[in-house]
Design a protein around this ligand. Structure first.
Ligand code: GTP
Ligand code: MG
Length: 252
């Protein structure tokens, strides 16, 4: 899809998350400076973005200010994917067949992540699956194997809403909920008899540290996946996305 546009050489950042968390809004904000109104996405969308003034890509850090190339803002490709459960293969194929992928932004609606909220369960479920894909990428396609370190930003969006959880709570709530998903999955596998034969061997569908009681994002470091949680908002009176820009800049 992206090949024909000739943009393949640009470093890319992949946006993914459940429906309604604000991915397309973020894409329009990054592309034009203001968020446009959106409809739920049915296809992926890639746009060329430039780092804003005053943000330096890490690859340009040591370039002299007299170097004319430092005057052009670093460009990258932002790839938006549909969050609907039936359309997530788009996001997944961007991971299994990555093209110059520099990082993943998992955008969450921080106002739907309270304990017992259906949004929390669905978000943790999707995030669990994505992290497991990244953990298992060494057994995937050649392109997936080539992905060395994969940085994941959990962008805690909608901080303008008073019902939004602060970023630290978004992090701990997701960790606790992923712990439950992980347990349920491994129990499901046992009940169905899958994996019984190789009992005692490593269960490669277990996310994070084997034998750990609680899941922590830190456990992903062993698989060269770094996870960071930073808050912000795309809409509201004033968008606050500077920390996300900074995170992207450090990956380019
Ligand atoms: P799918 O395409 O279905 O996967 O959803 P999406 O993640 O692309 O969500 P989208 O960008 O369409 O946004 C969903 C709704 O959330 C829209 O009504 C946005 O206006 C709203 N929204 C996005 N960001 C924010 C935010 O920071 N604060 C508030 N209050 N609303 C937001
Ligand atoms: Mg969308």
């Amino acid at each position: 899809v992206f090949k024909a546009s000739g943009l393949t050489t640009l470093p890319s950042i992949l946006l993914l998350s459940p429906s309604g968390s604000g991915k397309t809004s973020l894409l329009t904000l990054f592309e034009r400076g203001t968020p446009a109104s959106t409809h739920t996405s049915q296809t992926p969308l890639a746009v060329e973005c430039s780092l804003p003034v005053g943000t330096t890509a890490s690859s340009d850090k040591y370039r002299s200010t007299h170097d004319p190339t430092s005057l052009t803002h670093k460009k990258f490709l932002l790839i938006d994917t549909p969050g609907h459960g039936k359309l997530r293969h788009h996001a997944q194929s961007s991971i299994t067949n990555p093209q110059n992928l520099k990082g993943l932004i998992f955008l969450v609606d921080s106002a739907t992540l309270s304990a017992g909220d259906e949004g929390l369960r669905q978000t943790a479920d999707y995030l669990h699956n994505i992290l497991l894909m990244l953990q298992k990428r060494s057994t995937g396609s050649k392109a997936a194997k080539a992905l060395k370190d994969i940085p994941v930003l959990i962008a805690a969006n909608k901080m303008d809403l008073f019902t939004a959880l602060p970023a630290a709570l978004v992090k701990s709530s997701l960790e606790a909920e992923i712990t439950k998903v992980r347990e349920a999955r491994s129990k499901g596998l046992l009940d169905s008899g899958i994996g019984m034969e190789d009992e005692g061997e490593e269960n490669d569908d277990w996310l994070g540290e084997m034998g750990s009681k609680e899941f922590r994002f830190k456990q992903m470091e062993e698989f060269d996946v770094s996870v960071e949680v930073l808050g912000g908002n795309v809409c509201g009176e004033e968008p606050k996305v500077d920390r996300w820009w900074q995170w992207i800049a450090e990956r380019l």
